[in-house]
Design a binder for this molecule. Structure first.
Ligand code: PGA
Length: 250
């Protein structure tokens, strides 16, 4: 069975003044029954990691470069994130695919770099509303997973996949539970076909897109949903805690 994971994505939000939220989260979950990760702006990683050094909460990044070092102004290598205290890294988030033109081949290269450095990759996939309306959701998800995992004989170490329908991110809209279940079942089958039943069962499959305290429990009741990637509701301990509690109870 896959580990359950509640991962927060702070996106381009937060300054050092907000690190108290992370301390509060650690205090609220002294012995968590599920994995908890907060993927922060790079500026906060080092200090946040020091704050949770004695707690199972892990700190993550939101992107890494595919190269180990070199002339890439403004970019950060996976090894540098690890050195700063990150243990996880979000890859292929739809906002990076849109804002920075990231394609599946680049995301694959980043995935390899992240795994080589020893980071846990959280690979994001998801369809646009136009793709869903055209009945192309599963085709799109399948292509994104194939593109990112091409050439790997076994699952990249500690791989996590997050299904995030683009139209549900930050909008307050969520797919129906049946729609979430359909995609998660599909992803599990795709991993089984690629890596076999045992390895596929160990990959946590997260749902992301407008997860809130009010809808978390029902989403976590969907088969093959092993956790959530949470944006807006991860910024405040008081919002994230009930989501973590719901996952622990699921
Ligand atoms: P949201 O973002 O929870 O604010 O919709 C999720 C994400 O983009 O990871």
């Amino acid at each position: 069975m896959a580990h359950k994971l509640a991962a927060g994505n702070w996106k381009m939000n937060g300054t050092r003044a907000d690190l108290g939220q992370i301390m509060a989260l650690a205090a609220a979950h002294p012995d968590p029954a599920v994995d908890i990760s907060l993927c922060l702006p790079a500026t906060l990683i080092s200090e946040a990691a020091q704050h949770v050094a004695d707690h199972p909460i892990t700190i993550g990044a939101q992107d890494c470069h595919s190269a180990g070092s070199g002339a890439h102004t403004g970019d950060i290598a996976a090894q540098q994130l690890l050195d700063a205290g990150a243990r996880d890294v979000i890859l292929g988030h739809s906002e990076r695919r849109t804002d920075h033109g990231e394609d599946d081949a680049l995301i694959r290269a980043k995935l390899v770099a992240a795994c080589d450095a020893g980071l846990r990759p959280i690979l994001c996939v998801g369809e646009s509303l136009a793709e869903r309306d055209a009945g192309r959701t599963l085709e799109r998800i399948g292509a994104q997973i194939d593109g990112a995992l091409e050439g790997s004989d076994g699952p990249p170490s500690a791989l996590v996949i997050a299904y995030e329908p683009i139209w549900a991110i930050g909008t307050g809209r969520t797919p129906s539970l049946d729609q979430i279940g359909e995609v998660h079942d599909f992803m599990r089958e795709q991993l089984k076909a690629r890596y076999g039943d045992t390895a596929a069962a160990a990959v946590p499959l997260l749902y992301g897109g407008s997860v809130k305290p009010g809808n978390a429990a029902e989403i976590f009741g969907v088969p093959n949903v092993d956790g959530a990637l949470v944006g807006g509701a991860s910024l405040k301990e008081s919002d994230f805690t009930p989501i973590i509690t719901a996952l622990s109870a699921s």
